[in-house]
Design a protein around this ligand. Structure first.
Ligand SMILES: [Zn+2]
Length: 191
């Protein structure tokens, strides 16, 4: 029998959990199956916290100064440890997205291990490049303003969500919160 025509009950262990997750949405399936969190690596969707708008305003302020209006800050325990804004024209580097610049600035002055468990606030949902970097760095939480879908109405985007990228990384677990001050982030594109 090919994998394509196997029923859900015939799919073993983790595959079955993943298939159910696709049907039900990750956290619901995890809860329904009593899955330990580590066994369900990838993204957990998390509600916004009261403090999130404060740090998102900083990310949006960075974005307002970028070559393109994207900005990010990396936070731990209420302290901003690094900030970045899009510098792709300034530095002749198409990979200089706000998140990448913030990560590079962090590791320029601190051990990379210090990124583990931090929260990255970004004015736009991370693209697959930035989300890959976030996962490789062990950043524990991502909070974004405008979603990839919203950004795609204004400029070209690789149409994979941050959750889709994270769910494809079995070594990483990251909490994702979207939509914090999205209208303010999107308004920067009108200026
Ligand atoms: Zn990016």
């Amino acid at each position: 029998m090919s994998a394509r025509c196997r029923g859900l009950n015939q799919v073993p262990g983790n595959d079955r959990r993943q298939a159910l997750a696709l049907l039900l949405g990750g956290s619901l399936a995890g809860a329904a199956l009593g899955a330990p969190r580590q066994a369900f690596a990838g993204a957990t969707q998390m509600a916004a916290l009261p403090i999130d708008e404060h740090f998102m305003r900083m990310a949006i302020a960075e974005a307002a100064r970028g070559d393109f209006p994207f900005g990010a800050v990396i936070v731990r325990d209420g302290d901003v440890l690094a900030a970045g804004r899009n510098l792709d024209r300034t530095t002749n580097d198409p990979t200089a997205h706000g998140e990448m610049v913030a990560i590079r600035r962090f590791v320029a002055v601190r051990p990379a291990d210090g990124l583990k468990g931090t929260t990255l606030y970004t004015s736009g949902e991370p693209c697959p490049m930035c989300m890959g970097a976030i996962l490789w760095c062990g950043i524990g939480r991502v909070v974004f303003a405008a979603s990839i879908d919203e950004l795609a109405t204004t400029l070209g985007q690789i149409m994979l969500t941050s959750k889709q990228v994270a769910d494809a990384a079995p070594f990483a677990t990251v909490a994702i919160t979207g939509g914090v001050l999205a209208a303010e982030a999107l308004a920067l594109f009108q200026k």
